[in-house]
Design a protein around this ligand. Structure first.
Ligand SMILES: [Zn+2]
Length: 96
Protein backbone atom coordinates (compact mmCIF):
# COMPACT_ATOMS: atom_id res chain seq x y z
CA UNK A 1 0.00 0.00 0.00
CA UNK A 2 1.43 3.35 -0.96
CA UNK A 3 -1.18 5.54 0.66
CA UNK A 4 -2.19 6.91 -2.71
CA UNK A 5 -4.74 4.31 -3.62
CA UNK A 6 -8.14 5.67 -4.47
CA UNK A 7 -10.69 4.80 -1.84
CA UNK A 8 -14.34 4.27 -2.33
CA UNK A 9 -15.11 4.64 1.37
CA UNK A 10 -16.99 7.30 3.21
CA UNK A 11 -15.67 10.72 4.14
CA UNK A 12 -14.85 11.71 7.70
CA UNK A 13 -13.58 15.24 7.77
CA UNK A 14 -10.83 15.62 5.20
CA UNK A 15 -10.05 11.88 5.08
CA UNK A 16 -11.58 9.20 2.95
CA UNK A 17 -11.64 5.84 4.69
CA UNK A 18 -12.78 2.34 3.99
CA UNK A 19 -15.17 1.69 6.82
CA UNK A 20 -14.47 -1.29 9.07
CA UNK A 21 -11.13 -2.11 7.38
CA UNK A 22 -8.55 -1.12 10.00
CA UNK A 23 -8.55 -1.07 13.74
CA UNK A 24 -6.13 0.51 16.28
CA UNK A 25 -4.50 -1.84 18.81
CA UNK A 26 -2.56 -0.49 21.82
CA UNK A 27 1.19 -1.23 21.85
CA UNK A 28 1.93 -2.07 25.52
CA UNK A 29 5.72 -1.86 25.06
CA UNK A 30 5.35 1.84 24.20
CA UNK A 31 3.64 2.54 27.52
CA UNK A 32 0.73 4.79 28.35
CA UNK A 33 0.55 8.22 29.95
CA UNK A 34 -2.67 9.15 31.73
CA UNK A 35 -3.40 12.70 32.89
CA UNK A 36 -6.29 13.41 35.25
CA UNK A 37 -7.71 16.71 36.45
CA UNK A 38 -10.56 17.01 38.93
CA UNK A 39 -13.39 19.02 37.38
CA UNK A 40 -15.86 18.64 40.25
CA UNK A 41 -17.54 21.62 41.84
CA UNK A 42 -18.42 25.19 40.95
CA UNK A 43 -15.89 26.64 40.54
CA UNK A 44 -14.05 23.52 39.46
CA UNK A 45 -11.59 22.01 41.92
CA UNK A 46 -8.86 21.84 39.25
CA UNK A 47 -6.49 19.60 41.19
CA UNK A 48 -4.22 17.66 38.83
CA UNK A 49 -3.05 14.10 39.54
CA UNK A 50 0.63 14.22 40.57
CA UNK A 51 3.14 12.25 38.50
CA UNK A 52 3.79 8.74 39.76
CA UNK A 53 7.51 9.46 39.77
CA UNK A 54 10.46 7.08 39.56
CA UNK A 55 10.14 4.10 37.24
CA UNK A 56 6.37 4.06 37.73
CA UNK A 57 4.14 5.34 34.98
CA UNK A 58 0.98 7.37 35.09
CA UNK A 59 -0.96 4.36 33.89
CA UNK A 60 -4.66 3.54 34.25
CA UNK A 61 -4.12 1.72 37.56
CA UNK A 62 -2.27 4.68 39.11
CA UNK A 63 -4.89 7.11 37.79
CA UNK A 64 -7.68 4.96 39.20
CA UNK A 65 -5.97 4.82 42.60
CA UNK A 66 -5.49 8.60 42.66
CA UNK A 67 -9.08 9.35 41.60
CA UNK A 68 -10.35 7.00 44.33
CA UNK A 69 -8.12 8.68 46.93
CA UNK A 70 -9.29 12.13 45.81
CA UNK A 71 -12.92 10.97 45.93
CA UNK A 72 -12.75 9.60 49.46
CA UNK A 73 -10.85 12.64 50.79
CA UNK A 74 -12.92 15.35 49.04
CA UNK A 75 -16.14 13.76 47.76
CA UNK A 76 -15.20 14.88 44.24
CA UNK A 77 -16.25 12.35 41.58
CA UNK A 78 -15.97 14.16 38.21
CA UNK A 79 -12.65 14.03 36.32
CA UNK A 80 -11.23 15.05 32.96
CA UNK A 81 -8.90 12.31 31.72
CA UNK A 82 -6.42 12.36 28.85
CA UNK A 83 -4.73 9.17 27.66
CA UNK A 84 -1.59 9.23 25.52
CA UNK A 85 -0.66 5.87 24.09
CA UNK A 86 0.69 4.30 20.94
CA UNK A 87 -1.49 2.21 18.69
CA UNK A 88 -0.81 0.08 15.65
CA UNK A 89 -3.40 -0.21 12.91
CA UNK A 90 -4.14 -3.77 11.92
CA UNK A 91 -6.62 -5.18 9.47
CA UNK A 92 -9.87 -5.67 11.30
CA UNK A 93 -10.08 -9.38 10.47
CA UNK A 94 -6.66 -10.15 12.06
CA UNK A 95 -6.70 -11.66 15.54
CA UNK A 96 -5.28 -9.44 18.27
ZN1 LIG B 1 -11.29 17.76 43.39
Amino acid sequence: MTGREPYAGRHRGQYVVQPQSWRPHPVPAEGVDVTVICVSGHPECGVRMPDAGGPAENDHEYAGDWMTYHLVTTGHALYSRTVHDTVQLRPRNTAA
